[in-house]
Design a protein around this ligand. Structure first.
Ligand code: SF4
Ligand code: SF4
Length: 174
């Protein structure tokens, strides 16, 4: 009998006798190893929408959409490096002990935040929770946080242009 047929015949015989040939997985999944790097889960209550995890993510699996103030995680791109877990300042990301990764079971996670709009141009530029967190940390109100980076840039450019103009006028009067 050719050697390759022997295991198959053994399996047929065991099946006919009602003895299981596959005794564990998938009917009895093995317990995951203690240091397993599984699918990540974001706690929307803890997340402040700072986007630090998205900046740290090397696979661009986590994306922070500033214009909509939302964080998106797509499991299909994840390489399970857990840099996001280490980076999150609020401990909002955990690695699940999950190794059966089916896209249907673990769909894209979206954490939506209340958007913060610029008081000058109305553009969404951050999450309200992030601004509140900054003010909480410095223990005072920061009015300049209410404008977006672009408006700040425009304002800074205007101030610089005005200074140059004044300096030129002063030079001509000499
Ligand atoms: S585990 Fe790594 S690849 Fe996956 S979302 Fe976190 S940082 Fe990105
Ligand atoms: S680093 Fe943490 S708090 Fe910041 S957006 Fe990511 S999950 Fe949210």
């Amino acid at each position: 009998m050719p050697g390759s047929l022997a295991p198959r015949l053994t399996a047929y015989r065991e099946a006919a006798e009602g003895r299981a040939t596959i005794r564990q997985y998938p009917y009895q999944p093995l317990p995951p190893p203690p240091r397993l790097r599984g699918v990540i889960q974001i706690d929307p209550e803890k997340c402040i929408g700072c986007g630090a995890c998205a900046t740290a993510c090397p696979a661009k699996t986590l994306v922070f959409d500033r214009e909509r103030a939302r964080l998106v995680y797509s499991v299909t791109r994840c390489i399970f490096c857990l840099l996001c877990v280490e980076t999150c300042p609020k401990g909002a990301i955990t690695s699940l002990r999950e190794y059966e990764i089916l896209v249907e079971k673990t769909p894209t996670q979206v954490v939506k935040h209340e958007p913060a709009r610029c008081i000058k141009c109305g553009r969404v530029y951050a999450s309200k929770k992030l601004l509140e967190e900054v003010e909480k940390r410095v223990k005072r109100k920061l009015p300049h946080l209410k404008t977006c980076p672009l408006c700040k840039l425009e304002q800074a450019a205007m101030i610089t242009a005005m200074r140059v103009l004044r300096a030129r006028q002063a030079y001509r009067k000499r």
